[in-house]
Design a protein around this ligand. Structure first.
Ligand code: 3HC
Length: 702
């Protein structure tokens, strides 16, 4: 045995044994490829090259991750040598064979590192992928050139376009892994493969392989690229990815790498990538909740009960069943229960028809959903989620009953979207600490956002349970304090008011919607209201106060939107896309005249300002009041719950880009024009603008 460790760069360790040098990436938590690590690997290779006793090299990761790729925090800073491409050339051209022993996720630059190795062995935990697309960039260390040299180019392109990692068995089937072995055998198997290469004196070099360039392979790629172009919308990196893979077809490895590098550099500097990197770190920050330390453990949740089998209750039940968690749906009558369960089955059946779910999975999921009548059926549940009618009286009655039937330690959640969670909790005397808000977004089986509402008396472990169960069912939990509408709907109310003001100012519904979709939303304000039903907002306004002159008039006329064939738009013969309706234009003109609002001609950009600045203002109040812990949480709410385009970073990040002083000036002018005190800039917004700062300067909380 000839073992030694190398202290030169602590991001890696080096040990030689039995003719094989083992370079271990030792940079917790995710072995990101920092400058120190890059240098450490190159030093290890040089040391292995110089040691006559060493015949081959194995690279592995310490901990549960192989390597999460480039260190994202280094982006935008001056490059530090050796660069990642330098490192990967060094690996690929190593005079001794190099095998990757992939013990966990190998992502981005981590995946590219394995592609430059001469062999790849994975344990069952290995997951290999190039998720750069999600960060607004493309692989920048050879991924776009080397992956199409291993997979069919169209498959390589699809993998990079989606950005999702593939697990070990699939990676083996694709040819990304030479072998999949038990975790205990990972290093021995990698050593065996490396020594076999050394014995043979020959090993595969990815960069020397050619890209499959048959007419069929090219046609498959061209078709996939055309489809991607169509769907990419405003995203810059789709085009860059297409151009880079085209270079893999048409150019030598070095020339292809140069094309990729240039595209990568442009994208890293782009506002889109900066925004998407902000979103990446925002998602991690959202998991940090003041007062919830590592010592706070979530309660065990094995059995879940959902009160109400309506649209929300059904969607929530499906979200649990989809994650393999048994759920009991509770209704007030057999009839309502049967209808609810039928709706759930129908939704799954539609997925089967579309081909996104197998019949066997439908059966499996339905088997996890059981129906019962009467609240006493919630007695065994570890978590109860009330999704009944949005009415304080109804909710208080249910919580009063649940306080009696819920077993000790059960978490009792409400899915209210507006109501005061503290008031609901007070209906469950003695159980207030167990009460929490879990605000799912419709359709609850699809939408990623989960607002976790922290009541004044919610126990820390109950909050932690809400967060952890949310993650378990694939949601992105974001904590909100108690206020009317919480983070998302409270800000949406501002956009609704702004949109109504625009109508009164002579901007048509379709001009408003075009400005919103032009900004990157999939759907405009009025198309969304027509789809959801104008009556919903109208009833909420009637119950809780609030006023929307046009929306209320339309609702009073029974124009509820798509379901009645008429709303802000007309839907002739069940059309899904509305057309402008002269009657609506007439109503708007009448209301504007009655209110003495004069008409204006606004550009698309001005419409965007009128719609979104008031939301930023409300977001600032939400921060000021401590309803949200950080601006980036607000960004996540809007991106994941309301379709705000992620590549602009969310409303608060976007506002920083606009400049807060500009927003303050516009709000002041709007407040005056519409005599609307709610549009007066929030004190925190004013202060930041005066100091020339942005929301990013607040970091953790206002
Ligand atoms: N660079 C810098 N920091 C990173 C990082 C990276 N590539 N990946 C993760 N981190 C940080 C996270 O911000 C987090 O920090 P925090 O604790 O301070 O919040 C910490 O590492 C742990 O991360 P997670 O909470 O995400 O840990 P998980 O265990 O849940 O997930 C993971 C691990 C699957 C590796 C996940 O972190 C991940 O997906 N990372 C990003 C992977 C990625 O996008 N790689 C591509 C990078 S770009 C690139 O390589 C360009 C190249 O082509 C040139």
């Amino acid at each position: 045995m000839n073992e030694s460790t190398m202290p030169a760069a602590e991001a890696t360790s080096y040990a030689a044994e039995g003719g094989v040098a083992l370079i271990t990436l030792t940079s917790p938590p995710v072995n990101a490829l920092s400058a120190k690590m890059r240098q450490g690997i190159l030093d290890g290779l040089a040391r292995a090259a110089a040691d006559p006793d060493v015949r081959a090299v194995v690279i592995t990761g310490a901990g549960r991750i192989f390597c999460a790729g480039a260190d994202i925090t280094e982006f935008g800073k001056p490059p530090v040598a050796p660069t990642l491409p330098d490192l990967l050339s060094g690996v690929e051209e190593s005079v001794k064979p190099v095998v990757a022993a992939i013990n966990g996720a190998a992502l981005g630059g981590g995946c590219e590192l394995t592609l430059a190795c001469h062999g790849r062995v994975g344990s069952a935990a290995a997951a290999i992928g190039l998720p750069e697309i999600k960060l607004g960039i493309i692989p920048g260390a050879g991924g776009t050139q080397r992956l199409p040299r291993i997979l069919a180019p169209a498959d390589a392109f699809a993998m990079m376009l989606k950005g999702d990692p593939v697990k070990a068995p699939k990676a083996k089937a694709l040819g990304l892994l030479d072998e999949v072995v038990e975790a205990d055998d990972l290093l021995p198997a990698a050593r065996r493969l490396a020594l076999a290469f050394a014995d043979k004196g020959d090993w595969p070099v990815t960069g020397k392989r050619s890209v499959e360039n048959s007419p069929e392979a090219r046609a498959a790629f061209d078709a996939a690229a055309a489809e991607a172009r169509k769907k990419s919308g405003d995203l810059l990196n789709t085009g860059a990815l297409i151009r880079s893979v085209e270079a893999a077809f048409d150019k030598s490895l070095d020339d292809g790498l140069a094309v990729e590098r240039e595209e990568f550099k442009t994208l890293v500097a782009s506002d889109q990538s900066k925004a998407l990197r902000h979103v990446f770190f925002a998602e991690r920050a959202a998991a940090r909740v003041p007062g919830i330390g590592k010592d706070v453990k979530a309660r065990k949740v094995e059995k879940v009960a959902v009160i109400g089998a309506g649209t929300m209750g059904g969607g929530i039940s499906m979200a649990f069943a989809n994650a393999g968690i048994a759920v009991r749906v509770i209704e007030t009558s057999e009839d309502l229960l049967a209808k609810g369960l039928e709706r759930i089955r129908g939704t799954y059946a539609a997925s089967v028809k579309r081909g996104s779910l197998s019949e066997a999975d439908l059966q499996k999921r339905m088997a996890l959903i059981e129906g019962q009548v009467g609240l006493s059926a919630a007695g065994e549940a570890d978590m109860i989620i009330e999704a009944a009618f949005e009415d304080m009286g109804v909710k208080r009655e249910i919580f009063g009953e649940l306080a009696r039937v819920a077993k000790p330690g059960a978490v009792i959640a409400t899915n209210t979207s507006y109501l005061d969670v503290n008031e609901i909790a007070s209906a469950a005397p003695g159980r207030e600490a167990d009460v929490i808000g879990l605000h799912f977004f419709s359709p609850a089986n699809v939408m990623r956002l989960l607002e976790v509402v922290r009541g004044d008396r919610t126990a820390p472990d109950v909050l932690e349970t809400g967060l952890s169960i949310g993650r378990k069912i694939g949601k992105l939990p974001v904590v909100s304090g108690v206020c009317f509408g919480f983070i998302g709907n409270r800000m949406l109310a501002q956009r609704t008011r702004a949109a109504e003001r625009l109508l009164l100012s002579g901007v048509s519904p379709s001009e408003v919607d075009d400005a919103i979709t032009g900004f990157g939303f999939r759907m405009g304000q009025f198309a969304m209201l027509d789809l959801a039903g104008i009556d919903i907002g109208w009833r909420t306004r009637k119950a809780f106060g609030g006023f929307a002159p046009i929306g209320d008039r339309l609702a009073e006329l029974g124009r509820f939107g798509q379901k009645t064939g008429r709303g802000f738009y007309l839907y002739p013969e069940g059309a899904r896309k509305g057309v402008p309706d002269p009657e609506v234009a007439q109503i708007i003109a009448e209301e504007a005249e009655a209110r003495g609002v004069s008409s204006e001609t606004l550009t698309g950009e001005e419409i965007v300002e009128r719609l979104f600045y008031p939301m930023v203002n409300e977001g600032t109040r939400i921060l000021q009041e401590g309803i949200s812990y950080r601006p980036s949480d607000i960004d996540l709410v809007w991106i994941n719950g309301y379709g705000w385009p992620s590549w602009t970073g969310g409303p608060m990040f976007w506002a920083d880009g606009v400049g807060l002083a500009k927003i303050v000036a516009s709000l002041e002018a709007q407040a005056k024009r519409f005599d609307a005190p709610e549009l007066e800039p929030a004190p925190l917004l004013r202060r930041l603008a005066e100091e020339g700062k942005g929301f990013q300067s607040l970091k953790e909380g206002a």
